[in-house]
Design a protein. Structure first.
Length: 331
């Protein structure tokens, strides 16, 4: 049976990109596979949150995991820092992770460009920590969005390097996974490439956003003056808006606006009004569950403790075996 592992950084509220890229798969996979889903709070330290912010972000992600339908009885839901074995495996993997290959990683190059004053060592070794997260449970499948593809490739490199180095067949080589379909990339509302909370808050619709906020964000989404000739290809920002229609609206609605576009009769205001209402219909049940769960501290604590115990059991077994393979043996 394939083992499934995935995580989301605790950097605040989850957005629709996280949902469609990752969490929707978590919900499906927990029905059939042994799953480990965690809140990556060690990873979030690269941006130096205050202790209060760190704690509240972890809680937010846990609440939102549960609101999306993750079931602590089916999957192991845990907080990364509750499993310090991950940090030990990270240290061990770093011994065989080369600075050159880490520097070539696209996400690292992007961080250097966008945050030149905070290029810390953990940013460089982000892929080894991520690999440790995954292989600590000897995972086979990792449900993630398209942006994580390269990190998964590096995870396979580190796993197979370990196997080769110690002449063992110990770690499987995990793959990024989306139910046999291509990995997903949900665009931003700002005309940009990817919905993301880190880069531009206006690009993202959060699961916790109220209907008023969703309407406001969608109405502000980047569009243009409209096509001037019939049946022209759509510029990126417009393509993005239509991708949203495809996800959230009915086929009839999509076809209606697509025909108007092709006839140069599109009015983006009408399209956006309809799209906002369709997103709200999707989002409302999630937002209501978030509201209902967010103050249930006892339940949240219970879920986190239960997950930590199960995750540690699996992680501790791996660390025991890895130590033995490496040659850490008692005198
Ligand atoms: P963010 O990019 O907003 O900081 P994370 O990096 O914590 O979010 O992403 C957590 C998960 O959500 C990963 O599996 C990632 O691939 C997925 N994800 C994030 N943004 C998108 C998006 N726009 N489209 C598809 N998947 C996404
Ligand atoms: N790097 C992932 C992201 O930014 C989050 C993450 C950390 C992760 N560890 C992981 C995802 C392990 C899958 C498996 O989205």
């Amino acid at each position: 049976m394939d083992i499934v592992v995935s995580g989301i950084r605790s950097t605040g509220n989850l957005h629709l990109g996280n949902y469609f890229g990752a969490i929707r798969n978590f919900v499906k996979m927990q029905e059939e596979n042994p799953c480990y889903f965690f809140i990556a709070d060690y990873h979030s330290l690269t941006t130096h949150p205050t202790p209060a912010d760190l704690h509240s972000s972890v809680k937010t992600v846990l609440v939102e995991f549960l609101a999306c339908g993750l079931d602590p009885e089916k999957a192991t839901l845990y907080v990364q820092s509750d499993v310090p074995e991950v940090a030990e495996l990270y240290l061990l993997l770093n011994m065989n992770a080369y600075v050159g290959e880490l520097e070539r990683c696209t996400s690292f190059k992007e961080k250097i460009r966008t945050h030149p004053n905070n290029v810390n060592a953990a940013l460089l070794t982000y892929p080894t920590l991520m690999a440790a997260d995954i292989i600590i449970h000897k995972a086979h499948k990792v449900p993630v969005g398209k942006d994580q593809e390269q990190h998964l490739e590096m995870t396979r490199t580190f796993a197979s390097r370990f196997n080769r180095m110690y002449n063992v067949d110990y770690f499987p080589e995990p793959v990024a996974y989306n139910f046999g379909e291509d990995l997903v990339k949900i665009p931003g509302l700002d005309g940009g490439q990817k919905m993301s909370k880190s880069d531009n808050e206006n690009s993202a619709i959060f699961l916790a956003d109220s209907p008023e906020v969703i309407r406001k964000k969608v109405m502000k989404a980047v569009t243009d003056a409209g096509p001037t000739e019939p049946n022209q290809p759509k510029p990126l920002a417009i393509e993005n808006i239509f991708q949203f229609l495809k996800i959230f609206s009915s086929t009839d609605t999509y076809t209606h606006f697509n025909d108007l576009y092709n006839r140069c009769e599109i009015r983006y205001g009408d399209l956006k009004k309809q799209l906002a209402e369709d997103i709200i219909v999707f989002n409302n049940p999630l937002r209501e569950k978030i509201e209902a769960l967010k103050n249930d501290t006892d339940y949240l604590g219970k879920v986190a403790r239960m997950g930590a115990e199960k995750a540690r059991e699996s992680a501790a077994k791996t660390i025991r075996e890895v130590r033995e393979i490496i040659g850490f043996r008692s005198m």
